[in-house]
Write a protein that binds this ligand. Structure first.
Ligand code: TXA
Ligand code: MG
Length: 317
């Protein structure tokens, strides 16, 4: 099993030394736990893909300390600068043209001429970046296709021996991944709804296009992702035999084998923070499936519904 260490100063220094030596370290951010590797080391980045068992080279987010460091890796246009000033540090990832000749692993960009950069706000992540003294490539610290980890134990369950050290700082406060915004093209494009809301982005930048995954269409259009083992049924208003329920709002329909409340108060922030941990808790063979009550399609609800639609999408082979 991987070493789990409480994220104090000594453990963070140890984690930074492991990163500099090319090893992988899981660490908390404000969104979810990341599986970090030295973004300037091709071997470390390749090890991230191997540990996640990613079927293909999906590009990774490169985490940096601040805007100045991000500007050394990527070319910022005016909207990118505005978004960074407004939302960094914080749960926004910007896809921008790579600066030619920078030392960031080409594999981290999966061969694209863009790079995804993010400045996390979470103090442990900031301290780790400072100690490591280099950018850290970090996808969510789950096996490919599984639910993202919001607690150290989730990382240990999924990745075990493939990570040298897990820095534990309790549950992550936001609980859903960063928003991925592509500003490398002619117009802003949302690639992944996340913790920074679509409404907040359009208010700052004007029109932003939405991905298919963020449109409330049939889950059948989406690749399955973020999936528990049990089938997931969204917008459920009644019980089917043996199902467990993720409830939202004060009243849950009767007849479910077990009910966990994403938020009794109908609070989307609370629901996002609980989402992945509760999906994991209900993912037990004693149930026939996980039903989820309707979640409103605004604010953080867009990101929650995006993840739920993917979890409910027909499973591949
Ligand atoms: O909250 C988060 O973003 C977490 C924490 C650890 O920072 N990280 C995370 O990484 O969720 P990951 O690898 O699970 O998701 C990265 C997303 C993927 O959807 C990927 O396709 C997209 O960002 N992405 C990364 N680089 C890209 C690029 N150059 N062009 C387009 N999309 C990119
Ligand atoms: Mg992920």
């Amino acid at each position: 099993m991987a070493d789990i260490a409480s994220a104090g100063a000594a453990a963070i220094a140890g984690a930074a030394a492991l990163l500099r030596a090319g090893r992988l370290v899981a660490f908390p951010t404000e969104t979810v736990y990341g599986l970090g590797g030295d973004a300037t080391n091709e071997h470390a980045v390749a090890a991230i893909f191997a540990a996640k068992a990613r079927p293909r080279f999906n590009p990774l987010i490169v985490h940096v300390r601040d805007l100045a460091e991000a500007e050394r890796l990527a070319v910022f246009n005016e909207p990118a600068h505005r978004a960074a000033v407004r939302f960094w540090p914080g749960p926004l990832t910007l896809v921008l043209p790579r600066r030619p000749g920078v030392g960031v692993s080409l594999l981290a960009s999966a061969g694209l001429d863009t790079v995804a950069v993010r400045v996390p706000a979470y103090p442990v992540a900031q301290a780790l970046l400072r100690e490591a003294g280099r950018p850290i490539a970090a996808p969510s610290a789950n096996r490919s296709g599984r639910v993202s980890p919001t607690e150290a134990a989730h990382v240990a369950d999924d990745l075990g021996d493939d990570v040298a050290l897990i820095l534990d700082d309790g549950p992550t406060p936001v609980g859903i991944e960063s928003t991925v915004l592509d500003l490398s093209g002619a117009a802003p494009a949302l690639l992944r709804p996340g913790a920074v809301t679509f409404e907040a982005l359009t208010e700052l930048l004007g029109p932003v296009s939405l991905p298919v995954s963020a449109l409330p269409k049939s889950p059948g259009m989406l690749p399955s992702h973020y999936a528990p083992r049990l089938p997931v049924r969204i917008a459920a208003t009644d019980a089917r035999p043996g199902e467990a329920l993720l409830a939202f709002g004060p009243d849950a329909p009767p007849g479910f084998a077990e009910v966990l409340w994403l938020s009794r108060a109908g609070d989307l922030v609370e629901a996002a923070a609980n989402l992945f941990a509760m999906l994991r808790r209900l993912d037990r063979p004693s149930f026939t499936g996980i039903a989820v009550m309707p979640i409103p399609e605004h604010g953080l609800g867009r990101a929650i519904n995006d993840r739920l639609r993917r979890a409910a999408a027909p499973r591949g082979s």
